[in-house]
Design a protein around this ligand. Structure first.
Ligand SMILES: Nc1ncnc2c1ncn2[C@@H]1O[C@H](COP(=O)(O)OP(=O)(O)OP(=O)(O)O)[C@@H](O)[C@H]1O
Ligand SMILES: [Mg+2]
Length: 157
């Protein structure tokens, strides 16, 4: 499903949540507005920690988590980059039907030039993910419980 034609594949390893956040902040600095990012990986792989780092890049220091009853959260951003207004964080884990997809309201945010959209569990809503989504795959490293392998796949434009 995610075997895209890639322009660039970057492989990273991190050894703490903080390192994952730092990697996310650096990655975010390379994004352009309107980009959509899909985070793929099992429960506890580090997807939400990564989103936290993305938000930190914009100076957003409030809580970032995977809320139990909310599928989408909007983090308002002021300051760092005048042109970005918000980071839209979707966690599609609980999506079971196409009606649920429509109910999230994500489509309002996709492709907007003042917004970045980041989706955990994009495979649950693959039919509405844009073609040029940047997918990032997370997996657990073997030799250490805090090791994570993080592969960034930028699609061919
Ligand atoms: N290198 C690392 N990077 C990120 N998280 C790590 C790392 N090492 C340990 N952790 C821990 O792994 C957990 C990652 O949780 P996180 O909520 O980010 O996972 P997730 O992929 O979003 O899972 P879910 O699908 O349940 O939302 C946290 O408890 C974090 O402290
Ligand atoms: Mg999560």
């Amino acid at each position: 499903m995610f075997d895209l034609e890639c322009k660039a594949i970057e492989e990273h390893a991190t050894y703490s949540p903080e390192q994952t956040q730092k990697l996310a902040a650096k990655f975010t600095s390379s994004l352009k507005l309107g980009d959509v990012v899909g985070l793929v990986g099992q429960l506890g792989a580090g997807k939400t920690q990564f989103v936290k780092g993305m938000a930190q890049y914009f100076g957003y220091t409030e809580n970032v988590n995977s809320p139990t009853f909310v599928l989408m959260q909007i983090y308002s951003i002021e300051g760092k980059d005048q042109s970005i207004k918000q980071l839209c964080h979707v966690d599609a884990y609980r999506i079971v039907s196409s009606t649920d997809i429509l109910n999230i309201g994500i489509e309002e945010y996709l492709g907007r030039q003042d917004t970045l959209v980041v989706v955990e569990w994009p495979e649950k809503i693959v039919n509405i993910m844009p073609q040029n989504t940047i997918y990032i795959e997370f997996s657990l490293g073997m030799e250490n419980e805090n090791k994570r392998l993080i592969t960034i796949k930028k699609p061919e434009k």
